[in-house]
Design a protein around this ligand. Structure first.
Ligand SMILES: *[C@@H]1O[C@H](CO)[C@@H](O)[C@H](O)[C@H]1NC(C)=O
Ligand SMILES: *[C@@H]1O[C@H](CO)[C@@H](O)[C@H](O)[C@H]1NC(C)=O
Ligand SMILES: *[C@@H]1O[C@H](CO)[C@@H](O)[C@H](O)[C@H]1NC(C)=O
Ligand SMILES: *[C@@H]1O[C@H](CO)[C@@H](O)[C@H](O)[C@H]1NC(C)=O
Length: 178
């Protein structure tokens, strides 16, 4: 009986955990400026609680028909250490069948409404992501299990035709409150 009450209380507490995401830095690096380059890549702080990231990348060799995205999460301990996920997905196949890869579906779900990438290949236009706010990242993250508190880096290697063309790094701090 005592066990059951404890169990229920635990469930209740788990359900009440809220994660708060703060974006601390955002970096984009083009590895091949003949292929693609960033016009901008920025973190804007409107005020203490409202921050968002935006980027625009020009594609110089369109149409692009083959994309792979390698996404990994790092947690800062003593330097950034790999944390749970390092997944590679075929972007063109994934867009057509988003249920094929739940982890990528989750990651893509965080930013898909803010980009013009939510269509099938080929890509023959600039790629933009506008005003992805900490709130919307937060909303996506709290839909799944809460991550432990801490500082994280989400790193993405963007490959086209199996050549790494760009690296994007998003730094966030996560605090959980009940
Ligand atoms: C970009 O193109 C120029 C001219 O064709 C070439 O000299 C240069 O090596 C290329 N850069 C890369 C990174 O491929
Ligand atoms: C921050 O800016 C947003 C957007 O302009 C506004 O809705 C919000 O009330 C502001 N928050 C604070 C604490 O000023
Ligand atoms: C994922 O792991 C591979 C192999 O260790 C590494 O080369 C790659 O850089 C990692 N991906 C990211 C985005 O850090
Ligand atoms: C865009 O995203 C929605 C929601 O995930 C999905 O149902 C739709 O098929 C996507 N659109 C395209 C053109 O892929």
């Amino acid at each position: 009986m005592i066990f059951s009450v404890g169990f229920l209380v635990t469930i209740f507490l788990i359900r009440k955990v809220h994660s708060l995401v703060e974006i601390t830095n955002f970096e984009c690096e083009s590895l091949d400026r003949n292929f693609s380059d960033f016009e901008y890549c920025r973190l804007k702080s409107v005020n203490r609680t409202y921050k968002y990231i935006s980027l625009k990348v020009h594609l110089f060799q369109t149409p692009v028909n083959q994309i792979k995205v390698n996404t990994a999460i790092y947690k800062r301990l003593n330097g950034y250490k790999p944390f749970l996920y390092n997944v590679t997905v075929d972007g063109c196949k994934f867009i057509k069948n988003q249920n094929s890869n739940p982890v990528t579906k989750f990651i893509f779900g965080v930013f898909k409404d803010a980009t013009n990438m939510n269509h099938s290949c080929p890509y023959d236009h600039d790629i933009i992501m506008e005003k992805l706010s900490a709130e919307s990242i937060n909303f996506q993250i709290t839909k799944i299990l809460p991550f432990p508190e801490g500082k994280y880096m989400v790193k993405m290697n963007w490959f086209a035709y199996d050549i790494n063309r760009a690296i994007i790094r998003l730094y966030i701090t996560l605090t959980n409150s009940i």
